[in-house]
Design a protein around this ligand. Sequence first.
Ligand code: ADP
Ligand code: MG
Length: 396
Amino acid sequence: MLNPPKKTIHDIDVEGKKVLVRVDFNVPLDIERNVVDDTRIRGALPTIRYILDHGGRPILMSHLGRPKGQVVESLRMGPVGKRLAELLDYPVLTLKESIGPRVQQAIEENPDKVLLLENLRFYPGEKENLADFSRQLADLADVYVNDAFGTSHRAHASTVGVTAFLPSVMGLLMEKELETLGGLLEEPARPFVVVLGGNKVSDKLGVIDSFLEIADSILTGGGMCFTIIKSMGLEIGHSVTEDDQLAQVGSAMKKARKKGVKVMVPSDIVVADRFDKNANYRVVPTESIPPDCLGLDIGPVTVEKYCSILNEARTIFWNGPMGVFEWPSFENGTKSIACCIADADAVTVVGGGDSDAALRQFGLEEKIDFVSTGGGAAMRLLEGKKLPAVEALADR
Ligand code: ADP
Ligand code: MG
C-alpha cells in the first residue's frame, strides 16, 4: 500500500533519544479555552506512550487554529498541554516558544517530562516551509516522527521541511490511517459499499473516480446528490447545485455504467420551503421536487433502500452527511444511515469532519471500526494522490 514503503517508529531505536513528534493537536477550544473535543489528543497517545515505554523523550509540536504567523494569546498551547497531561497521566511541560535557546534549555532541564512546543503557526516559517525554521526545529532532537495524519497533505516546515535534517519515520496513528484508508483501495471484503453525501459534489468527484475502480455500489445523498439528479434531467428546485460540475458528473456516471458500479441517488427527498432550521418541510419523490422548494435530507424510502444494501455489505466507507443533520428536522436521513452503518456486519470506515461530528451527535462513534482523524488528508489519499508529508519520510 505504501509505495515505496516508509519507515515507522517500529523501525528505529528511540532509547535515550530526543524524539521530535509532529502531532495534530488542532482541537476546538471554547470561549474559556477549554478543550471541547480531545479526540485528536487521544489519537496521539499510543505513539507518545510507545516513545516513553521505549526510553525516548517525546518533544511534541502542533499547530492550533489560524494565528497567521504571529503570536495570538488565545491560541497558545497551554490548555492542550493540560488536557494531554490528564489523558497521559504523565507530567507535560508546555513551552511558550517552539525554537531557540530557551526551548533547548527547557529540554535539557526537564528530562522527566513530555515537552509540548508552542503553536507552530506563530512562526511564519511553518506554513512557508522555510529551511531555517525547519532546521531550528530539527536542532531540538535526534529523530523525527510524524503522527499528524490530518496535516499530511500540507508541505509545511514541521511536516516536510524538518525531514531534511533528521532521520524521519511515521508514528502509530499515521500508520493506522494509511493502512486502513489505503486498504479500502486495495482488497476490500465484498460487497464494498461507499456512502457519499455532504455539501459539494466538486469535493467528492475525485474520490468517486477512485471508488468507481473498486467499489460495488455508491449511495449518494446530502447536497452533492442534487447535481447528479440535475444531470439526469430532473427538477431540483433551489437545492444546492454546482452547474459547472454537470459535465464531470455526467462522465462519472458514464464511467460507472461502464465499470458496472451501481451509483444510486435518493428516491425520495425531504424538501423545505427555505434554508432554515424552522422551515416547513415534507417528503416528495425525487421526480417531483417542486421548483420553489429545496432538498435538505433523504427520505424514508431511500433510507430503507440504502439500509438493505448496507446490511449486505462487508466493507463500508462513509463520507458526508445525508442532509443538514445540524437541524433536527433534517437529521433523520443521516442518523438512520449512520445507525445502519454502525450495526452492519462489515468493516466500517468513516472520514470527514462533519461526518465525524454527526456520528458523535448520534452517539455512534464507538460503533464504527475506524474514524479517520484527517478530513482533507483522507480524501486526498482516497483520491489516489500522494501526501507530501508521507512522501518525505525515510524509505524502508
Ligand atoms: P465532511 O466534513 O464529512 O466531509 P462535508 O463538509 O462535505 O462533509 O459536508 C457537510 C455539510 O453538508 C454539513 O454541514 C451539512 O449541513 C451539509 N449538507 C448536507 N446535506 C445538505 C443539503 N441537502 N443541502 C445543503 N447542505 C447540506
Ligand atoms: Mg466538512
